[in-house]
Design a protein around this ligand. Structure first.
Ligand code: IPM
Ligand code: MG
Length: 356
């Protein structure tokens, strides 16, 4: 089982280190780990945020464990050399079109949510975000408008093919153990305004024919933003496009109140000998303000590693064990600074390992 570990910038290296130690403690003897540079550190060492050798290493692995990218000292670089291009490049180059972002409020952590506790406890959902299309990857540019002023433009589009394949992932997820509320799927778009969304909605409706057991609904994105914080209990799986998914997943994580706990998986079509090829990353960023201080909560990366075992290595039992160990650590009062506690990165990693 080959894993490419790409720690990246800021707190990326410290949190991935703890996740790797948890994988080792879980007794996974057949792991082979490779480590590569990505993001700002890769730009500094190789002149590019996603060097060819890193991309090759990622392709040759069965799965990728990714830390975070982003470095303020790279802010002045042209867009193609900025750290963020590394993650966008990996998603696109590796065909990782399906992003799974679970968000739930853990028992005992309701007080961290900005929502009232009775609403917070009902937040347990999975966002399935399309990851390689939409306005993110359309033509874009800058031109001079008729009034002589500069104009930036980005083209938004989705083909039926793109929508159909992400919809399949969402229908399957709504049926599987990944779904907090079985069989419930809400597709989010802006079909009252956008042609892109019109095609999206009609294609999702078409795809629903093959999934009569799933309770499918449709919602406009502005309403969805409101509903996620006012009435989250209605959501099981949320299916949406790249841009709306980016925004709604941050909204959902803010509603959880602890960005240090949220994991993600990015999957494509490719199957390896062990499972589905994928990239796993915490949804938090590189947090340069606390980098290198041993303060970052590694739980989101540890939970991402658990998702990796589940999806890329077919190791459901081990994945569930790691998730249970994290939950037990939280229940026992192990809290990072993000959760109002004072446990450091290594202490949290050790606490999770002890509970495995
Ligand atoms: C995310 C991030 C990325 C995105 C950035 C870093 C390019 O916000 O994974 O949600 O917009 O997809
Ligand atoms: Mg984002």
């Amino acid at each position: 089982m080959k894993i490419a570990v790409l720690p990246g910038d800021g707190i990326g290296p410290e949190v991935t280190r703890e996740a790797v130690k948890v994988l080792e403690a879980a007794g996974l003897a057949d792991l082979t780990l490779f480590e590569g540079d990505v993001g700002g550190i890769a730009y500094k060492n190789h002149g590019h945020p996603l060097p060819d050798e890193t991309l090759t290493m990622a392709r040759e692995a069965d799965a990728i464990l990714f830390g975070a990218v982003g470095d303020p000292s790279c802010d002045a670089l042209e867009r193609s050399l900025r750290p963020e291009q590394a993650i966008l490049g990996l998603r696109k180059e590796l065909g990782l079109f399906a992003n799974l972002r679970p968000a739930k409020v853990y028992k005992g952590l309701e007080h961290l949510s900005p929502l009232t506790p009775d609403i917070a406890t009902t937040l347990d959902l999975l966002i399935v975000r399309e990851l390689t299309g939409d306005v993110y990857f359309g033509d874009k540019g800058e031109r001079i408008a008729v009034d002589g002023s500069r104009e930036g433009w980005d083209m938004m589009s989705y083909t039926e093919t793109e929508v159909r394949r992400i919809a399949q992932v969402a229908f399957r997820a709504a049926r599987s153990g990944d779904s907090p509320k079985k069989q419930r799927l809400c597709s989010v778009d802006k079909a009252n305004v956008l042609e892109t969304s019109q095609v999206w909605r009609e294609t999702v409706k078409d795809a629903a024919g093959a999934h009569p057991d799933i309770d499918l609904s449709h919602m406009y994105v502005d309403n969805a933003a409101m509903q996620i914080i006012s009435n989250p209990s209605q959501f099981g799986v949320i299916l949406t496009g790249n841009l709306f998914g980016d925004i709604l997943s941050d909204l959902a994580s803010a509603a959880v109140g602890s960005i240090g706990l949220l994991a993600s998986a990015s999957l494509g079509d490719r199957q390896t000998a062990h499972g589905t090829y994928g990239l796993y990353e915490p949804i938090h960023g590189s947090a340069p303000d606390i980098a290198g201080q041993g303060k970052a909560n590694p739980m989101a990366t540890i939970l991402s590693a658990a998702m990796m075992l589940r999806h890329s290595f077919g190791m459901e039992t081990e994945a569930a064990r790691i998730e249970a160990a994290v939950e037990r650590a939280l229940a026992d009062g192990i809290r990072g600074a993000d959760l109002g506690g004072d446990h450091g990165t290594q202490a949290i990693g050790a606490a999770v390992r002890e509970r495995l």
